[in-house]
Design a protein. Structure first.
Ligand SMILES: Nc1ncnc2c1ncn2[C@@H]1O[C@H](COP(=O)(O)OP(=O)(O)OP(=O)(O)O)[C@@H](O)[C@H]1O
Ligand SMILES: [Mg+2]
Length: 268
């Protein structure tokens, strides 16, 4: 099982769009996929056509300490989406208070990690949608993951944001003894501009093979599909958005071969 966090402390850089649509594209390739919504905004939950406030069991219950009466096993809060092979651990606004509640708890960085490890999930992929901050919810997500995809929208300050993010990862390596494979994905790209070309070359130089070759172009169908509560593959399969996320899934699947130590769940 590969656990991949999708993160960037910057807001609006397609973290959620990537979780939903990469998730759906992996599911289309016969992978069983779980999206964990770690954002109190609950956009992944909404984007899969589910109403966050209707859930009384959410990821919040998994983050409760095991002795709390509200604690639940991750597998007991998972719901199936309308897309075959695609499941979600929903969130809602109640998660917003969790940042404060966890702050003085012992082992606070590890609750999600423990929740995932304990429940022996039958998934090939777990994609974690992080909130736009570097708080305790993001730290829990990064600690639970072996890989992280940092989504970047190309603009002049993109590299600065990445530097900050890498500092956090370095701190985690030192203080929490946790190492992560970092990949970078360019999203919401307007390929026609000179700025795009410049930023692409700068990122390529900086990240080398850790930069996905697939670039997610700006595409209105991606924005529209979320508001209709379905992945773009179902909403507009011929759109560039659908094609780009299928290509990304191919690249992600290609990496399975380089990770023999993380045996996939599938038997076929
Ligand atoms: N490739 C794209 N083309 C056009 N619009 C996009 C694209 N990707 C995402 N969007 C739109 O951009 C907005 C931000 O995307 P999204 O919510 O996925 O970002 P996010 O990083 O999860 O944001 P937040 O930090 O608030 O969680 C949304 O309205 C989404 O529909
Ligand atoms: Mg989001």
């Amino acid at each position: 099982m590969r656990v991949i966090a999708v993160a960037n402390q910057k807001g609006g850089v397609a973290k959620t769009t990537t979780c939903i649509n990469l998730g759906a594209a992996l599911a289309r390739n016969a992978r069983r996929v779980l999206i964990i919504d770690m954002d109190p905004q609950a956009h992944s939950t909404l984007g899969l056509g589910l109403e966050p406030h209707e859930f009384n069991k959410t990821i919040l219950n998994v983050l409760e300490p095991p002795r709390s009466p509200y604690h639940m096993d991750l597998k007991d809060i998972i719901v199936q989406s309308k897309t075959p092979n695609l499941y979600i651990a929903p969130s809602n606004i109640d998660l917003a208070g969790e940042e404060y509640r966890l702050i003085d708890k012992l082992g606070r960085e590890d609750f999600l990690n423990t929740g995932i490890k304990r429940s022996r999930l039958p998934f090939d992929y777990v994609l974690i949608d992080c909130p736009p901050s570097l708080g305790i919810l993001t730290i829990n997500s990064l600690k639970a993951a072996r890989e992280v995809i940092v989504t970047i929208q190309p603009h002049y300050f993109a590299l600065r944001g990445i530097e900050e993010f890498k500092e956090t990862l370095d701190l985690m390596r030192e203080n929490l003894k946790h190492d992560l494979e970092v990949y970078v994905l360019i999203t919401i790209a307007d390929m026609r501009t000179n700025l795009y070309q410049e930023v692409f070359h700068a990122l390529e130089e900086y990240f080398g093979e850790k930069l996905f070759r697939t670039v997610i172009r700006k595409n209105i169908a991606l924005a529209e599909s979320s508001s209709h509560g379905v992945p773009v593959l179902e909403y507009e399969p011929r759109s560039s958005g659908a094609q780009n996320y299928l290509a990304l899934a191919k690249e992600v699947i290609q990496l399975e071969k380089e990770k023999p130590e993380e045996r996939l769940f599938r038997k076929n």
